[in-house]
Design a protein around this ligand. Structure first.
Ligand SMILES: Nc1ncnc2c1ncn2[C@@H]1O[C@H](COP(=O)(O)OP(=O)(O)O)[C@@H](O)[C@H]1O
Ligand SMILES: [Mg+2]
Length: 300
């Protein structure tokens, strides 16, 4: 089955057996998300109306294309929150520790702190706690099918439409983890969506002064439909956002890269770093010590 031809079949509602605490991680303001409406709606419909058996929904796209963003949008959607008894969000990333992942999911599912249990005991406890509940678990940013093998034992299948959403940059991981439905491949933003996102990020609204309209369209086009590139470029432009000469300068720096899109994000990150004021560069490097996508407590 693919997301393009999803049947909208009627479904019977399974009464949740009990309600466990649901953690709403990473709240996101949907108004800030540009595009992705069709994709998120299809995923939401599938999560609610898909197979009875446990299913895995892989979301695949390159770094910075918005896998985490769409997964968050779905995760926080009201119908989804109402539909599932328990939800948990777990960041996998390139290097992970199985016990930490199990503990993270376990704490979100039960609301309990770490008691120091060994990983196999935790895996078993998690399975027990999930049994009888309709659960939604997001495993964000998976780089390796082994991470799925490390966790899957803890996700029981009791035929109640529980779902695991897995985001990944790698097609082969998406294919490896898929069950009933083909991976959802994210589209690039259209030129119009790119312009909208750029203007929102620079001017906090979906418009710009008429004198900057042409150059903002040209800059948006050079972002190649990659949201991360747009966000980074907007950050650079913001410093002198009212000066057309600055927009042109940024546009010209963007044209110099002709490689594949993944490298384009990296070279834009370099441009963004080079344009940081001196005192902020060490701050950014300091942040690089923390794992990808992790929450950084203000105290640190
Ligand atoms: N459709 C979108 N609309 C607005 N911002 C987006 C969109 N997709 C991604 N972003 C922004 O782009 C950046 C990268 O997105 P993210 O979801 O973290 O990418 P990925 O998980 O694919 O690496 C984030 O700052 C995010 O807020
Ligand atoms: Mg991500």
């Amino acid at each position: 089955m693919s997301f393009q031809n999803l049947p909208l079949k009627p479904f019977s509602v399974v009464e949740p057996s009990k309600h466990l605490p649901t953690h709403r991680r990473n709240p996101v303001n949907d108004e800030e998300i540009v595009g992705l409406e069709n994709e998120s709606e299809k995923i939401i419909q599938y999560l609610i109306r898909g197979t009875h058996e446990i299913d895995v929904v892989p979301i695949v796209g390159m770094g910075g294309q918005g896998e985490t963003t769409i997964a968050r949008k779905v995760y926080n959607n009201g119908s989804i929150v109402d539909h599932f008894d328990v939800q948990a969000w777990c960041i996998i990333s390139q290097s992970y520790n199985r016990r930490d992942l199990l503990q993270e999911i376990f704490s979100q599912v039960t609301g309990k702190e770490d008691k120091g249990d060994k990983e196999d005991i935790l895996a078993d406890e998690l399975k027990k706690r999930l049994t009888g509940n309709r659960y939604l678990i997001v495993l964000d940013d998976m780089w390796d099918g082994k991470a799925w093998d490390d966790l899957r034992f803890s996700f029981p299948d009791v035929g109640n439409r529980s779902i695991i959403v897995i985001t990944t940059r790698l097609e082969e991981v998406a294919k490896q983890v898929k069950h009933h439905i083909d991976p959802c491949s994210l589209p690039f933003l259209t030129p119009n969506e790119s312009l909208k996102l750029l203007q929102i990020k620079v001017f906090q609204q979906e418009s710009c002064p008429p004198s900057l309209q042409d150059v903002s369209e040209a800059v948006a086009e050079r972002c190649k439909g990659l949201p991360l590139v747009i966000v980074l470029v907007a950050g650079i432009i913001k410093r002198n956002k009212m000066e057309a000469s600055w927009w042109h300068e940024v546009k010209n720096s963007l044209v110099s890269y002709h490689g594949e899109s993944e490298g384009y994000s990296l070279s834009t990150m370099q441009l963004s770093y080079d344009n940081l004021p001196d005192h902020l560069r060490p701050c950014l490097l300091y942040m690089a010590m923390f794992p990808d996508d992790s929450r950084i407590p203000v105290l640190n």
